[in-house]
Design a protein around this ligand. Structure first.
Ligand code: FSX
Ligand code: SF4
Ligand code: F3S
Length: 386
């Protein structure tokens, strides 16, 4: 769609949203941010960054800012299943709250087990009331894998002892949009690792409705907030990849966005942790980096108030936003080498060296790294495996 037409469409959507009542007695977002010491200038800088992240032209920044202001018009129900709560923590527990985490303070979070004061019977009633009151309007966000079928009892919640699976099914039924937050909810996660004793599955396995996956263990706060703002802006689902991940966030591989990529192309690798190559910031492929098989934008968004990300910190990517990574990407500090694995590159497991990985991936993705890979082969006499 042409930019002007899209601008018009999104503006109209926001005008409609603006007519909806505020769901809680909120201060304006400017006042909310002001009280936390965040200036309007910082807010607009943040809106510009989100605009770029959502692959929209810079002229859309005022629309993104407005979408953030209207974030209190849509009710959100956030359920916890089997997980570590790291996804919520990624968003909420920063020492100096970022604008992303403050947006979550500001939205109308009707139900969130970690944050609410209610417990037991009262919590259960709150959930039922929120579903009833906002039928067909609420956004459902679910964190955690879901013990299912005959194992569903492994996750039993609340006064009436409902299973997590039943809660997820009931909440999904009347949701306007459904987001699986984190790898556990997107694909089952750590509790679904072999032998999966609780029969944990992805949210998409317990509902027939479309689920947008926002994986990562945990996902970055920007990907969580970006997903929400995208929905506020468009009111429709984003373009998705084969695993139902938004393409704006998961369209490229870690390897394509990596600051160490130049070293991969030049055949400069860390051979073991702590060596000279590690000190020089060389590529981590040989110490297990799974960046070539993992789709996410971590290098752009980073974690801990956007401070760092795994590869910047000196460890390879462990593939945490791919399905079944606990089983398929390990051992985490060894290269994939000759093992088979089960990502979108299924069957590409016969790669013995980093150079071959480059060539192998080229045939699948068409991304032009063959020339570099061939050059690095020639230039890399220390690589004796060939
Ligand atoms: Fe899973 Fe979220 Fe990993 Fe943890 O709860 S994606 S275990 S970071 O936190 O679901
Ligand atoms: Fe970066 Fe890992 Fe790719 Fe090396 S293998 S360039 S460290 S993503
Ligand atoms: Fe996960 Fe790899 Fe990013 S391990 S956090 S997808 S760098």
């Amino acid at each position: 769609m042409q930019a002007e037409k899209l601008y018009e469409k999104l503006s109209k959507r926001l005008i409609e949203l603006e007519k909806l009542p505020k769901l809680k007695e909120n201060k304006t977002i400017s006042k909310h941010l002001d009280e936390k010491g965040i200036s309007r200038r910082d807010f607009m800088k943040w809106a510009a960054a989100i605009t770029a992240m959502l692959a929209l032209p810079g002229t859309f920044t005022p629309l993104v800012a407005k979408a953030a202001k209207l974030a209190d018009r849509l009710p959100i129900i956030w359920l916890h299943m089997a997980e570590c709560t790291g996804c919520s923590e990624s968003l909420l527990r920063t020492d100096a709250p970022t604008i992303d985490s403050l947006i979550f303070d500001y939205i109308s979070l009707e139900y969130h087990e970690t944050l609410m004061a209610a417990a037991g019977w009262q919590a259960e009633e709150n959930l039922e009331n929120a579903i009833e009151k906002y039928k067909g309007q609420y956004i459902l966000m679910v964190e955690g894998g879901i013990p299912s079928g005959e194992n569903a009892h492994f996750l039993t919640i609340g006064g009436h002892g409902k299973t997590g699976e039943q809660n997820a099914i009931d909440a999904a039924e009347h949701a306007a949009a459904i987001f699986a937050i984190g790898t556990c909810s997107s694909y089952g996660g750590v509790q679904a690792a072999i032998p999966n004793p609780t029969g944990a599955v992805a949210l998409s396995k317990v509902t027939s409705k479309t689920v947008i996956n926002v994986p990562g263990c945990p996902p970055s706060e920007k990907n969580i907030v970006g997903t929400l703002l995208h929905y506020i802006l468009y009111g429709t689902l984003p373009a998705l990849d084969v695993y139902n991940r938004p393409k704006w966030a998961y369209g490229l591989r870690i390897h394509d966005l990596c600051e160490r990529r130049g070293h991969f192309d030049a055949g400069e690798f860390v051979e073991e942790f702590g060596d000279e190559g590690a000190k020089k910031g060389f590529c981590l492929y040989k110490v297990g980096c799974k960046g070539p098989y993992t789709f996410n934008n971590c290098s752009k968004n980073k974690f801990n108030s956007h401070m760092s990300w795994p590869i910047q910190a000196g460890h390879g990517c462990i593939g945490c936003s791919e399905p079944g990574f606990w089983d398929t990407m390990g051992p985490f500090e060894e290269p994939v080498a000759n093992r088979l694995y089960n990502t979108v590159f299924k069957g590409l497991g016969a790669d013995a060296t980093a150079d071959k990985i480059g060539v192998g991936l080229l045939t699948v993705t068409g991304i032009g790294i063959a020339a570099h890979a061939v050059i690095s082969k020639i230039k890399n006499p220390k690589d004796g495996e060939e």
